[in-house]
Ligand binder design. Structure first.
Ligand SMILES: CC(=O)SCCNC(=O)CCNC(=O)[C@H](O)C(C)(C)COP(=O)(O)OP(=O)(O)OC[C@H]1O[C@@H](n2cnc3c(N)ncnc32)[C@H](O)[C@@H]1OP(=O)(O)O
Ligand SMILES: CC(=O)C(=O)O
Length: 538
């Protein structure tokens, strides 16, 4: 059976940039465009040339891509010709082969947002598309508020997209701009558009995630006949985001009926780079990757419950809908009070600790884990702390150094310019190979900004650990999370620290205490110990 081609249109660099808090630099845009091209999408919407300096600069030195780089803009304004509209001119000046313009299709928006007549809007759409086509460009029309417009005034919404189609638009993209339409309605309306004369292979879908149905709505539109899919990496986008291509791509390649019915530009080999691409975007955004993201999240194949882990050890397909390797992700068997001996043996073997089935150490470790979790510890995330705990119970925790005492002071005072500033100082006394060493560190960065007491403590801890110091040069603290939890009957503080090193390893450790600094100290100490043990083992 020949499979029909679905076109993937990425708008991470345009709608994705409309996410609150997201502002890509030109270089970052280039890097993302290259990653999207490697993945195999068909179109990369690079932004709105002329709207801001970054987007203009991106198109001025646009990367060479196999995917069609597309400039975005809006229909010409009423009262001027398409040739004389400076906003449209700036979009065309970007020189891209494909140009996508947004236009109104909801009568309410024409009257309220644009303040023009319904006829003027139809004329603006037709003339703008005709102008793009006359310039030799491939024209795409984003039919803004199409589904809401269709429900309010079906004839007008259809007339608006018909105007774009008749003027030569290659793609008519139905947009659920406010993200409130549900899949069944998307499907019904898309079918009606096809019945009204816009062919399936000229129809696209652009959804938003305001009801967390953007992916489902996109699939509903594909089922109804739409053949271009718009979306973004990690579901970035205005308000709650766009349809998530990081979810849609593996669905289209791996799930039925899509895998048998359709072909997309992303190959099975490129799919293996999906998790890496998703994390690269989070890295650029300085965001912690969402653990529970489908397919690419670090919890997507984490098997916490004892019953699950036991079956997974026999056959991973018992609790996995796909093999994680297909999307470049990996399986995790975390430890927690939900775990049984199967989780434990798998986790220990991953850490290089072989324990035979039925070994009494397994029961002892489980008991300690469950007891400590009752005190407020959480080992399902803090895998490195779990490993140290297991080593201790098994008598395999090497003695590296001892912290004899530490002190942290926090001061808030006026500086020489009369401005209030804060400063922390940490003093740590450690014993390494029988020798006592005292280190003092401040919380100030090279640029003079205060990084806080935990930072001062972390710096003092690694400052002089004798023969171990050089092994810690490439270690850095990348995330710090604090929770007030119930430990036994008392409220207590749990700190989780994520660390990273030059080898690209990332590990999490936990500390618990009534005192936030002491909890941080415990997590920091575990982070250092884990790295030293791992590096010594290599
Ligand atoms: C649904 C979407 O997400 S579409 C993409 C939206 N993206 C963006 O808006 C980001 C980029 N936008 C911008 O940088 C700016 O809005 C610009 C440069 C495009 C325009 O800036 P300004 O000229 O200052 O206008 P402003 O943003 O205040 O208002 C938008 C104008 O465009 C008009 N407009 C809106 N949609 C359209 C359209 N499809 N066709 C023609 N004109 C339109 C509005 O009526 C308004 O004009 P008015 O002030 O005369 O009523
Ligand atoms: C065009 C677009 O981004 C929208 O209608 O949501």
């Amino acid at each position: 059976m020949t499979r029909e081609r679905l076109t993937l249109y990425d708008t991470t660099l345009r709608d994705g940039q409309q996410t609150q808090g997201v502002q890509f630099s030109t270089d970052e845009k280039r890097q993302i465009a290259e990653a999207l091209d490697t993945l195999g999408v068909d179109y990369i919407e690079g932004g709105w040339p002329g709207a801001n300096p970054t987007d203009s600069a991106f198109f001025e030195a646009a990367p060479q891509t196999t995917a069609r780089l597309t400039a975005f803009g809006m229909t010409k304004r009423a009262g001027m010709s398409a040739e004389n509209d400076d906003v449209l001119a700036a979009v065309l000046n970007a020189g891209t082969q494909s140009v996508c313009i947004v236009g109104k299709t909801h009568d309410f928006h024409v009257k309220t947002a644009l303040g023009i007549t319904l006829e003027e809007n139809i004329d603006n759409i037709a003339k703008s598309i005709a102008h793009l086509v006359a310039q030799g460009r491939e024209a795409l029309f984003d039919a803004e508020h199409f589904f809401d417009g269709y429900k309010a005034n079906r004839d007008y919404a259809l007339e608006a997209i018909r105007a774009a189609y008749d003027a030569g638009a290659r793609w008519i993209v139905l947009c659920d701009t406010n993200g409130g339409t549900l899949p069944a309605e998307i499907s019904r309306i898309t079918r009606d558009v096809i019945a009204a004369g816009v062919p399936s292979d000229r129809l696209g879908i652009h959804t938003h995630d305001d009801t967390e149905n953007a992916v489902a709505c996109t699939l509903a539109a594909i089922d109804a006949g739409a053949r271009q899919i718009q979306g973004t990496l990690n579901g970035l986008g205005e308000r709650c985001g766009n349809a998530n291509l990081t979810t849609l791509i593996p669905i289209l390649l791996l799930k039925e009926p899509y895998a048998s019915q359709f072909e997309i530009g992303v190959t099975r080999a490129a799919l293996k780079g999906l998790t890496r691409t998703s994390r690269m975007l989070d890295e650029i955004l300085n965001r912690v990757p969402m653990k529970q993201a489908g397919f690419v999240g670090s919890s997507a194949f984490a098997h916490k419950a004892g019953l699950h882990a036991s079956a997974i050890a026999k056959d991973p397909s018992t609790y996995e809908h796909i093999d994680p390797a297909l999307v470049g992700n990996s399986r995790i068997i975390p430890m927690s009070n939900q775990a049984g001996q199967s989780n434990l043996r798998k986790r220990l073997s991953d850490a290089g600790l072989a324990v035979a089935k039925g070994d009494p150490a397994l029961g002892q470790i489980l008991e300690v884990v469950k007891d400590r979790e009752a005190q407020g510890y959480a080992y399902d995330t803090a895998q490195a702390s779990f490993e140290l705990l297991a080593r201790e119970v098994m008598g395999q925790l090497p003695h590296l150094f001892e912290v004899e005492r530490y002190r942290v002071t926090v001061e808030r005072r006026r500086n020489s310019k009369g401005r209030m500033v804060s400063l922390s100082e940490a003093v740590v006394v450690v014993e390494v190979d029988g020798e006592k060493r005292l280190s003092v560190s401040e919380s100030l960065d090279a640029d003079g900004s205060d990084r806080g007491p935990v930072n001062a403590l972390s710096k003092a801890l690694v400052k002089d650990l004798g023969k171990y110091s050089s092994l810690l040069d490439d270690m850095r603290l990348v995330d710090f999370k604090v929770r007030i939890t119930q430990g036994g009957t008392e409220a207590t503080t749990r700190v989780i620290i994520d660390s990273e090193d030059g080898q690209g390893r990332r590990w999490s450790t936990v500390g618990v205490s009534a005192n936030i600094l002491d909890a941080s100290f415990e997590a920091l100490l575990d982070a250092i110990r884990w790295k030293l043990i791992r590096d010594r083992a290599q």
